[in-house]
Design a protein around this ligand. Structure first.
Ligand code: NAD
Length: 387
């Protein structure tokens, strides 16, 4: 059985699906690993390192895609420059494991099903204790939270820590983090390490203790509705609750030097948390880093992929932050993939066992069918909007 690592063609994707250390472990288990020539280059893993780990380097990309039994990727498959779809290069019955964004782009599931590919989407891995080692959303979100704080610190025209110097005392920067999930919690930890005073807010009250244990103050807003959905994710909240939270957070945003927004609701556009009016009330020179930029942004002024200045506030809308730390992002992602493959490979052959809750949740297409009701519904919404 052949496992292949494809080279990412997305311009801003620097990560690679497997790193040489992990390749060596898989080769030791008797698995054949193919790596597309140059696949690890942008993450600083060269072909020689993969070869030394026991992989075969394949220069012919079409061959790698069409002869793989399991094809591993980071970003979803794309159209190539010559107009050919990468999905069409896969052989029928093969397995694709990658981020696939099937709720945001359900058409991809339709194409994979038509190609009779067994596709496992890394976004669909359940957030359970057993699946923790495969949870790529968490491993990558944590990087995004860390990097967002570094970007904010580099853009703020002030120190983060309190300093007592002969020339006077510098007050610490005030950071307000909105959304205290995996990225938000890592942002809190990073900002605290840099000496800032940190406040955080989330509509899920369950995160209060985690926020406090990291040394930040939790901004508590009592809402008259359930805000947590199945799986521990946030629910989309009512207009009344949105208004109530906006009233309270405005005061905290006004006082902050840095606002980092990380709020997301799976399968939906990111909620609007910072209105233009709130931006106007911020101090000149303040910084907003909007990690949710790719999902539409939590700030009304965010321009995804760009740094802008609006009303004296620098607003940064980074795209694919994990890719900006490609060495560790790839290392962690590779570990997530191999943990998942342990459930998928029995006696060196692919065994798709739907009795396993992780495989059942992550596998979005098999034998020509889309397996998830949520993806089918999302597809219906897209196709009815087009017709
Ligand atoms: P996410 O990226 O979907 O969202 C980020 C955060 O935004 C969440 O904390 C969410 O509550 C918050 N949010 C959404 N709407 C908001 C709003 N209007 N205002 C303020 N905040 C808002 O979430 P995530 O970081 O991927 O984590 C989601 C959940 O999964 C969390 O409960 C996390 O603890 C849990 N989780 C569990 C495991 C596990 O048990 N193995 C692993 C990872 C995550």
């Amino acid at each position: 059985m052949r496992i292949a690592v494809a080279k990412e063609i997305e311009v801003c994707e620097r990560r690679v699906a497997l790193v040489p250390d992990i390749v060596a472990r898989l080769v030791k288990q008797g698995l054949e690993i193919w790596v597309e020539a140059g696949a690890g280059e942008r993450a600083f893993f060269n072909d020689a390192a993969y070869e030394a780990a026991g992989a075969t380097i394949i220069a012919d990309s079409d061959r790698l895609w069409s002869e793989a039994d399991i094809l591993l990727k980071v970003s979803p498959p794309q159209e190539r420059e010559d107009g050919r779809s990468e999905i069409d290069l896969l052989k029928e019955g093969s397995v694709l494991i990658s981020f696939l964004n099937p709720l945001g782009n359900p058409v991809i599931a339709q194409k994979l099903a038509a190609r009779k590919v067994t596709a496992l989407s890394m976004e669909m891995i359940p957030r359970t204790t057993r699946a923790q080692s495969m949870d790529a959303l968490s491993s990558q979100a944590s990087i995004a939270g860390y990097k967002a704080v570094l970007i904010a610190a580099a853009s703020l025209p002030k120190y983060f820590p309190m300093l007592t110097t002969a020339a006077g005392t510098i007050a610490p920067a005030k950071i307000f983090i909105m959304g205290a999930g995996v990225a938000g919690l890592q942002a809190i930890a990073t900002a605290r390490r840099l000496g800032a005073v940190v406040e955080a807010f989330d509509i899920r009250p369950a995160v209060k203790e985690e926020v406090q244990s990291l040394g930040a103050k939790f901004v508590e807003i009592k809402l008259d509705e359930e805000t947590t959905a199945a799986g521990g994710y946030a629910k989309e909240i009512s207009e009344a609750s949105k208004k109530r939270t906006q009233e309270v957070v405005t005061e905290h945003i006004k006082n902050a030097d840095v606002v980092i927004t990380t709020a997301q609701v799976p399968g939906k556009k990111a909620p609007l948390l910072v209105t233009e009016d709130m931006v106007k009330q911020m101090k000149p020179g303040s910084v907003i880093v909007d990690i949710a930029a790719e999902q539409g942004g939590n700030c009304a002024c965010t321009d995804p992929g760009r740094d802008i200045v609006a009303h004296g506030v620098t607003i940064i809308g980074p795209i694919n932050l994990p890719s900006s730390l490609p060495v560790h992002a790839s290392q962690l992602y590779a570990k997530n993939l191999t943990s998942l493959m342990q459930l998928l490979i029995k006696d060196k052959t692919v065994d798709v066992n739907f009795a396993d809750d992780i495989i059942d949740a992550a596998c979005i297409t098999h034998a020509g069918e889309i397996r998830s009701t949520r993806i089918k519904e999302a597809l219906q919404t897209v196709t009815s909007a087009v017709s």
